[in-house]
Design a protein. Structure first.
Length: 198
């Protein structure tokens, strides 16, 4: 957990609309990352709907929660309110020799008012740790090429993986949570069938 800093005025003296007093106290507010609970479901829908300005991703999360196993669903809370969410679900990697499973990161959302405050980074790191904890050592993501490399992601094509979707090489990425997890393993990555409805 990484604390956020919030300046709180401790004096109501004002000139016009501005505080005339400089007596501010620094309040430390902690972002907490935890597994979702059933009580979080409506808040998670709200976070995804507002972050993406549509219902598609919220509907996707509901469907994956019901139908995808295993899955990881984490929330970020601030003052006990859900302000961020991340979801990981199984993907299949198909090749001539057969298929193997990995995890796909999608979607991730943070309320617009709380974006650019490192909440997404905390969610990604916590989610990757949880993937490793349950024995899933390969994770793919379709996302911003200037964001995900900081978490160890690199273009999946460098590891011999390609996406079922027609996307630029640099935005489809993979990370190995244990060294050599992809050694000798290549193929076409297919997401859970629920993604076809998005």
């Amino acid at each position: 957990m990484i604390p956020k800093r919030r300046l709180t005025p401790h004096c109501s003296t004002k000139v016009g609309t501005l505080n005339a007093c400089s007596c501010y106290a620094l309040t430390i507010v902690t972002i907490r990352i935890r597994a979702e609970t059933t009580e979080d479901h409506e808040s998670i829908r709200r976070v995804n709907t507002l972050a993406f300005a549509r219902n598609n991703e919220a509907d996707l999360v509901d469907a994956l929660r019901e139908n995808a196993r295993p899955h990881i669903s984490l929330v970020a809370t601030l003052d006990d309110k859900v302000v961020g969410h991340i979801f990981f679900s199984p993907v299949s990697v198909e090749c001539d020799a057969g298929a193997f499973n990995a995890m796909g990161l999608a979607p991730m959302a943070v309320l617009p008012a709380h974006q650019n405050q490192r909440i997404g980074s905390q969610l990604v790191r916590a989610g990757l740790r949880e993937c490793g904890r349950i024995g899933e050592n390969i994770v793919v993501v379709l996302g911003h090429s200037n964001y995900y490399p900081r978490f160890g992601f690199a273009p999946a094509s460098l590891k011999g993986l390609r996406s079922e979707y027609d996307v630029p090489d640099e935005v489809f990425m993979v990370t190995e949570l244990s060294e050599g997890a992809l050694n000798g393993r290549t193929g076409l990555v297919k997401y859970h069938r629920e993604f076809r409805k998005v």
